[in-house]
Design a protein around this ligand. Structure first.
Ligand code: EPU
Length: 421
């Protein structure tokens, strides 16, 4: 197992390039199951989770080949697949559940392991199942697996309202509706940029979808779709993580390849802590000026402040000149980084859904344990800001969502390296 070792206290300066979005690439690669043939997806990040999705498709009989060029993935979907996602793979990556909609819509049957809970919360999939049921799928839960069948071989269009906004739930039901017979109207949909990117990919396959990015998506099902040919959008959470790095005292970081529109809520908070955020050609520049100011943050579905940035945003607040409140409304247990930040000398108290962060003048390096993907990123940022050496253990969490973070941060002047634990 690897660890990341950071010698902190060196202000970062320079330019960093953002990779393709993990959370867009995963459902888009899964969307290949909607059409037999040869698919190409470009700007696919080289990450553990993406490799897991490749293994999952391989288990079904597809072939997935990566070429370094443009970070492309070539996927061949054969004339018949084994429509099954086994527990061994789903337990390592919850997002595997996005194969459910495409499988039942295209192949009439899916057998997908239930994902179970995870470090950040219970994360049920009831809305995915309700949506697919509305489209006519017959759902059975047995031996830890969901079996979904399309009784007459094809799903039908339906009007369905999600009880709460869910990103992968919206994606699963939208993919299924793309091949259903007739019109579907999905309400209270997630509006995340990744949902829009998936809809764009499906439209390029021949799907008839309107309204992605709003809370109502209308889909006229088609009989068949053509193979994918799509470039994945930039990863706004990776970009946001580097933007927070730029907002640390004395830093000046240009984040290239990201879309400013996807990062408005974060940009507003970084300005509120005192950083200067400006649009530059092909990206944004973030300059951290002096000690951060305290600011309250409340996570919410897009376009609100992303829960996937909550842990990282806490780092400048730990160093702020005053107290901030960070409220997590999306997941019930997403403060696992707090205990580790305390080890670095932060002063944070959790009260239910809110963490009260009292800024301290400096953090001091220590060994810390990563608990989930975004918590790990926060610990790396905290290590960069801390005096002395921080070792972030269990880096496999980080590798699920960041492409060689140490290789991207080192050219900015970070003293960071990967070592064996
Ligand atoms: N929820 C339900 N029922 C459902 C589905 C969701 O109650 O059927 C609840 C969840 O428990 C949670 C809330 O709804 O409280 C929102 O969850 P959502 O379904 O939107 O999350 P997700 O689709 O499982 C995606 C990202 C997460 C990101 C969330 C929220 C992917 C592959 N994952 O998860 O990304 O935090 O949306 O934006 O797109 C990450 O990248 O680190 C990560 C965890």
């Amino acid at each position: 197992m690897d660890k990341i070792v950071v010698e902190g206290g060196v202000p970062l300066r320079g330019t960093v390039q953002v990779s393709g979005a993990k959370n867009a690439a995963l459902p888009i690669v899964a969307a290949s199951l909607l059409a037999e043939g040869d698919h190409v997806v470009r700007n696919v990040p080289d990450l553990a989770d993406v490799r897991t999705m490749g293994r999952l498709l391989g288990h079904m009989g597809c072939t997935v080949e990566r070429s370094g060029d443009q970070h492309a993935a070539a996927i061949r979907v054969p004339a018949a697949v084994t429509p099954e996602a086994p527990y061994e793979l789903v337990k390592t990556m919850r997002a595997s559940v996005v194969v459910l909609g495409p499988l039942v819509a295209r192949w009439g049957k899916a057998r997908v392991s239930l994902p179970g809970g995870c470090a950040i919360g219970a994360r049920p999939i009831d809305q995915h199942l309700k949506g697919l049921t509305a489209l006519g799928a017959k759902i059975e839960l047995e031996h830890g697996y969901v079996t979904a069948t399309a009784p007459r071989g094809r799903l039908h269009g339906a009007v369905f309202t999600f009880d709460g906004q869910t990103v992968t739930g919206t994606e699963n039901v939208m993919m299924a509706a793309a091949l259903a017979e007739g019109r579907s109207v999905l309400r209270n949909c997630a509006r995340e940029p990744e949902v829009i990117d998936l809809a764009d990919a499906l439209i390029r396959m021949g799907a008839r979808i309107e309204g992605a990015g709003t809370d109502e998506i209308r889909i006229d099902g088609v009989e068949r779709l053509a193979p994918l040919d799509h470039d994945v959008i930039a990863d706004r959470i990776e970009a946001g993580t580097f933007m927070v790095a730029g907002a640390l005292p004395g830093c000046d970081v240009v984040v290239k390849g990201c879309l400013a529109d996807h990062l408005e809520a974060l940009t507003e908070k970084l300005r509120a802590v005192g950083a200067t955020v400006t649009a530059v050609e092909g990206g944004v520049r973030v300059v951290g000026d002096g000690r951060p100011r305290p600011v309250d943050v409340r996570t919410a579905p897009h376009p609100g402040f992303p829960t996937d940035m909550q842990a990282q945003m806490m780092v400048p607040l730990c160093l702020a000149d005053g107290s901030s409140k960070v409220t997590e409304t999306v997941f019930e247990n997403r403060f696992m980084h707090v205990q580790e930040l305390l080890r670095l000398g932060a002063d944070v108290a959790i009260d239910g859904k809110t963490a009260v962060v009292r800024g301290v003048p400096a953090l001091s390096g220590a060994p810390v344990m990563a608990s989930d993907l975004r918590a790990s990123a926060a610990l790396v940022l905290a290590g960069l800001a801390a005096q002395g050496t921080t070792e972030v253990l269990r880096v496999y969490h980080l590798d699920r969502g960041y492409e060689r973070i140490e290789a991207k941060l080192a050219p900015l002047g970070a003293r960071i390296r990967r070592e064996k634990e």
